[in-house]
Design a protein around this ligand. Sequence first.
Ligand SMILES: Cc1cc2nc3c(=O)[nH]c(=O)nc-3n(C[C@H](O)[C@H](O)[C@H](O)COP(=O)(O)OP(=O)(O)OC[C@H]3O[C@@H](n4cnc5c(N)ncnc54)[C@H](O)[C@@H]3O)c2cc1C
Length: 473
Amino acid sequence: MQQIPQQQNEQQTQPNQPTTAVYWFRNDFRLADNPALSFACQQSLQHGSRLALVVCLPEDQQTHWGFARIGPHRKVYLADTVRALAAQCELLGNKLLLIAGDPSTALPDLMHKLGASTLYCEDIAAPEEIDQIAVLRQQAVLVNGFQISPLILTKWQSSLIEPTALPFEMTELPLVFTTFRNLLEKAACRPQPPLPRVSQLPACPEQATAIECIDLHSWAGIATADTRSAFPYQQPVARGGEVAALAHLQSYFRSDLPRHYKETRNGLIGFDYSTKFSPWLASGAISARQIYQQLTAHETEHGQNDSTYWIWFELLWRDYFRFLHLRFGRKLYWAHGLKTAEQPTPQRSATPPRKIPHQPEYFRRWCQGNTGQPLIDAGMLELKATGYLSNRMRQIVASYLVNDLQCDWRAGAAWFEAQLIDYDVYSNQGNWLYLAGFGTDPRSNRRFNLEKQIQSYDPEHAYQKLWRRELGA
Ligand SMILES: Cc1cc2nc3c(=O)[nH]c(=O)nc-3n(C[C@H](O)[C@H](O)[C@H](O)COP(=O)(O)OP(=O)(O)OC[C@H]3O[C@@H](n4cnc5c(N)ncnc54)[C@H](O)[C@@H]3O)c2cc1C
């Protein structure tokens, strides 16, 4: 747990006053294997304090590129996840408070109303999320008539491997994924077992009844279900939240699918070609450690093969993008990413930095699935219609935007952020940067040959036909 000096808070809190704390769910909408929540509960129960559970939903925001920051599918899926979490909290006798707005102001306001002096949450190592915590730490809250600095306790908990368990310092994180993976495997680095599900929630503060919660349904709006979706989140099998996530986890590893994952993972159509864990992982309805536990149980029962190994391999990619954030921080958000400092031009002082090319009209057509390139249009139509896209298609459309349409990769990353129901800040930024050639990849040109991609992954044009029906193709 990172924490501000305990002293500062203790000096300002009146002795013998009943204390209240807040647990803020960020991207960890679950009760099992949630170390920050377990810690908050344990502390509150031990000290007899109350614990308010809160979700702070973002308000509508426009991106720099001219579209809403959170699209309809992402909103509806997030609302579904939050609804599921609220039901679980209620079963344990606590009420999940739903507020909206910028957390840096909405949370101090809530803490003030509840008389809470401590806030617990997960640690997120992306710039905006880091800034939220920094601002929260600077805010004063009024508790029992005293202005105090709140105690903000955060816990890193979204990776499979704990950063402290890595066989190297974070500053030495290898720049090549294969080296990273080899080092981990050589050191037999394995995840910790998941924590048990929280079985008892501390009581909710009495003042919570006076908090006006937002209506999830009106916050989320409506998104139309598309029966062609590879992740039909409006159907019971793919609903948001912990219960559906655990059911999927069980059924996936009970099936034969993990034994063929490596051969099917580049598929484009249907629910079964890949694990489909990502929407639940991104919202934190399930943890990577829970997946790993089931993966190893499956391997113990049925044996390890290339495919089961490859699930671990992909989860390591997920971790790698997280650790890149811990190592490089804001640099990953610069226009030229990690290449800026490494490739200074001789006339650096005289020449303004090269601008990233961008063609707004091409970008608009790419977003709408109207580039005229059938495979690209199919992919972009699927993304817009469902909020999900296979890994193969993500790579193909991203490469096309950057290399063929000569558009700014950050615009593409922002469009994915708005659309994807599995949007994950680390994986999205990391993958886009990598494909744009500004990440750690030693190869600078990652242009995908479209003809080759079609031959390999859509030789009969089944995928293109499926998604281009509405264009009359
Ligand atoms: C341009 C681009 C943007 C992306 N944006 C996101 C994003 O916002 N959120 C997200 O979760 N994934 C993102 N990915 C990674 C990947 O496409 C998805 O994780 C995957 O398609 C999700 O489906 P799945 O769970 O069935 O994956 P599977 O193939 O079954 O993989 C299992 C798990 O491994 C992890 N994983 C697999 N591939 C990657 C990868 N390339 N990078 C990081 N983790 C990976 C995911 O957690 C995934 O759930 C992006 C990839 C690209 C090329």
